[in-house]
Each structure stands twice: as structure tokens, then as C-alpha cells.
Write a protein that binds this ligand. Sequence first.
Ligand code: F0G
Length: 415
Amino acid sequence: MHQECINCGAKYNINEIVYFCKKCGDLLEVKYDLKELSEKVEKSNWQDIPLSVWRYKDFMPIEDRSKIVSLNEGGTGLHSCHKLGKQLGLLQLWVKNEGENPTGSFKDRGMTVGVSKANELGAKNVICASTGNTSASLAAYAAKAGMRCTVLIPSGKIAYGKLSQAMIYGAKVLQIRGNFDQSLDMVLKISERHPSIYLLNSINPFRVEGQKSLAFEICDQLDQKAPDRVVVPVGNAGNISAIWKGFTEYKRLGFIKKLPKMTGIQAAGSAPIAQAIKTNSDKIVPVENPETIATAIRIGSPVSWKKAVNAIRDSGGTAETVTDEEILEAQKMLARVEGIFVEPASASSIAGLIKLLKNGIIDKNERVVCVTTGHGLKDPDTAVKMSEKPMEVDAEMTAIENALGLKQSVSVGAR
Ligand code: F0G
């Protein structure tokens, strides 16, 4: 087990604190000796453990298990959505609802592993930049681990639920006069100038390891089969890369036979990866002033773009953009048809599915899993704004009957 550069293949010790390749500056990933991993997994009783991130501890880069910091993450529902599938003309649709994690987003999968690794490495200070969910998650795991936590968030642009989480878990919250990309740039520099502050954005390869458990869970929930396609909202691009890594490792270990097509969805105002895929380009063109109502994915210069582009291309998948209107419509639809309330960024996977079905890119016979990444209560303001306002009425029978359109002549018990 070691860390390896995705570009030049330079290798680094698994316990070295390094975020980018020292030779070429590219991203790193954790690599396992397949034979060793296979033997370890074979000897283990992991399949008897309930669905959760730590069911897959043998697949994770933590050596000292006494250092694990957990709030019981993973094990989220894979909801069979017959009704929504039928409305959209799709035969088999599931939603993997990551809002069911302890702090309400998929970030907890990465943070439990990232903070456990920080604990193993002896870190006492942790930091991240965030559009909201990463900061909420890191703040919670740092609290549990007894570490000092600092989070940098874009001023005025994060959803209130997420801000309240970072604050109540006791993180030092800095609101940066700027956007997410500028906040990320600052934390990269801070962790370079102050090496004792451990960086937990998704360039940290250990976070990606935790997030790959989402793929393992989907396969196990589908009786050791991968779906044909997985649709994922994309912002900084760590998650789609992590999920793809999970599927490829599961296949190499022989647990699944086929790999799914990875399909990334971005908001139209913040879509450098979708543009690169559509124009068949090897590079992304960062978006200067990203805009979308889905603040979680309001990111113009995604740090893990290369991993994401590779995941989409290697899997034969695609990427698509969706407008804010399409996102909000999909959010409402999922809530009203399937009872699943997700935040706007999460609904982009459903909006993307709708668009790709209409355009004939996704076939109605495909077995599709849409990942919904964060809980709807993260951003109640948007949900309230787009719904019909509650009616205010007097505490009086006639007023209520009128409001509900009930006939007043029917007396109680006279049916
Ligand atoms: N969905 C939600 C709800 C998110 O919070 C994020 C990212 C994404 C999707 C995109 O995932 O970045 O791995 O491509 N949120 C980060 C944050 C950036 O700071 O909370 P990605």
C-alpha cells in the first residue's frame, strides 16, 4: 500500500503527508497490492458486518484501527424508485440517498477515513475549504477526535443548515470574501506554510478512499452486481472519482463482473468538466465566476477534474449540464413522488437523468442509480421559496373547511 501520482507514477509512503506529487504537481491516489489485499479480504469476516463504511475496513488505508474516528457513516438506503422511474420512462431506477449519513451528506464517508488517518498521523489541527457540507462533516469528526478545526467558506453563499452545523460543532469558521475556488487556494497555501495543519479537502487521497465505499455498498445492495449507470452531481470532482475507484477495485477483486458508466452532472453556470467532456478536450477551462442555486457545486475550478474526466472516459460514461430550473423541478419531483428530500445540488443527478433520457443518451432499459449527495434540510430556504406558501387561517371550523374546500353541510358522523 502506497500513494502514487496519477500522472508520473511517482510513489510516496502511505504515512507521508503529501497532497500533490512533488515531481510533477499532479494528484495522488492510494494504491494497493492486489494479491495482498485479496488475501486479507478473503481471511476477513467483513461480509458479516452490517452495511457501513467500516464494513470495508480491509479495503481502507488505516493501519492502526484503534485510531478510527466514527459516527456510524455509510449504510445509506438504495431506494428503488418505481414510481419516478415509470414517470420518466425508465424501467429500473434507484436513488442512493447520502443525506442519510450522520451530518447529512456523503462527505462523512470520506471524513471518517480522512480524520482517522489524521489521527493515526498524530495531527491535532485540521482545515478545509468548503461550499458547506465538507465543513459540516469535518467539524463533526474533528470534534469527535478532539482536534482543532478551521473551515473557510465563501462569504454569504452557503446554505444555512450547513453553516449552523460547522458552528455548533465548534469549528473556527472563516467567511472568505470570495468564492469556493479562492477559499481552496487559501487552504492549500496555509497547509503548505504551516505543515502541522492537516488538509482535508478531497485532494487528500485518504478522503477519496472513504468515499469509494459508496460503490461497494451499491454493488452489495444489488446482490453483487454493478448497475449499468451511476449518475453523480459533480462540483470539485472528488466524489465521482472516488466512486469510480471503488467500482474498479471491486471488479479487480472479483466481486463484480461489469463496471457502470459514470455520468457526471454539473450546474450550467459552473460546468468546466461537462464542457471538457462535450468538447472532447484534455483540459478544463476554469469558470471565472461560477453561478448556480445549487451552492454546493458552485465551483469553477475543480481540483480533481483530471480524475473525474478519466473516470467518465474510462467507464464510457458522459457528462451533462442542467439549469437551476431543471434542478429545482427535479428536487420537487423526487420529494413528491418518492418522499426523498434532497438539497438542490443532489437533485442535479435526477435533473441530469431526465435530460439524458429525453436526449436518448440513456436508454430506458438501463439499470440506473442516481446518487443524491446531501439532505434537503441543509438548505431549507430554497425549499420554502419554491413551494406554495402555507395559508394562514383562524382557529375556526368554517375557515378551515373553506381553506380545504370541504363542504360545510356534512356534519360529523352523518356519512
Ligand atoms: N453534492 C453536494 C451536496 C456537495 O456538497 C458536493 C460538494 C457535491 C455534490 C460535489 O461533490 O465536490 O466531490 O464533486 N461539496 C463540497 C463541499 C465542495 O465543500 O461541501 P464533489
